[in-house]
Ligand binder design. Structure first.
Ligand SMILES: C=C(O[C@@H]1C=C(C(=O)O)C=C[C@H]1O)C(=O)O
Length: 132
């Protein structure tokens, strides 16, 4: 492969060092799709966290528990069915959703410290920088 890809194309990665130019072009095209999908995932996750943040504010305001295990169970069962239909490993889908839900609950617990839920902080987007 030419060194052109290696220096100018962020999709080339280490493969630029050892892949033939013809195969490299095919690989770059596939990686272009992966880049678009990853960007969509980030935007979808951002929207999901905006929605769960609103749920967290509502829960804090009405003194509801941060987690709802019944809802989680139903949601995981639903996602596993969707995953199977889409030929995605259902166990992976479950792990992925549990990972996200765990983070959401952490946010809700943080918000519940501000029980009336109507302070400016509770209404603001989650402060990722000071959360860890
Ligand atoms: C978002 C909520 O809070 C928590 C997070 C959930 C989720 O991220 O899907 C589901 C249930 C709750 O444990 C909710 O109760 O709806």
């Amino acid at each position: 492969m030419s060194t052109e890809h290696a220096s100018s194309d962020p999709r080339a990665g280490d493969a630029a060092k050892y892949v033939d130019p013809e195969i490299m072009n095919e690989l770059l095209s596939m990686r272009g799709s992966i880049d678009n999908i990853d960007a969509a995932l980030v935007h979808l996750l951002a929207e999901r966290f905006k929605a769960t943040q609103r749920v967290g504010v509502l829960k804090a305001k009405h003194k509801l528990p941060p987690a709802d295990p019944g809802r989680e169970k139903a949601q995981i069962a639903r996602l596993k069915r969707l995953a199977a239909d889409a030929h995605l490993d259902p166990e992976f889908a479950e792990k992925f959703l549990n990972f996200i839900i765990e983070e959401v609950i952490r946010h809700h617990q943080a918000l519940s410290g501000d029980a009336d839920g109507d302070s400016p902080d509770a209404q603001a987007p989650f402060d990722w920088a000071s959360a860890k």
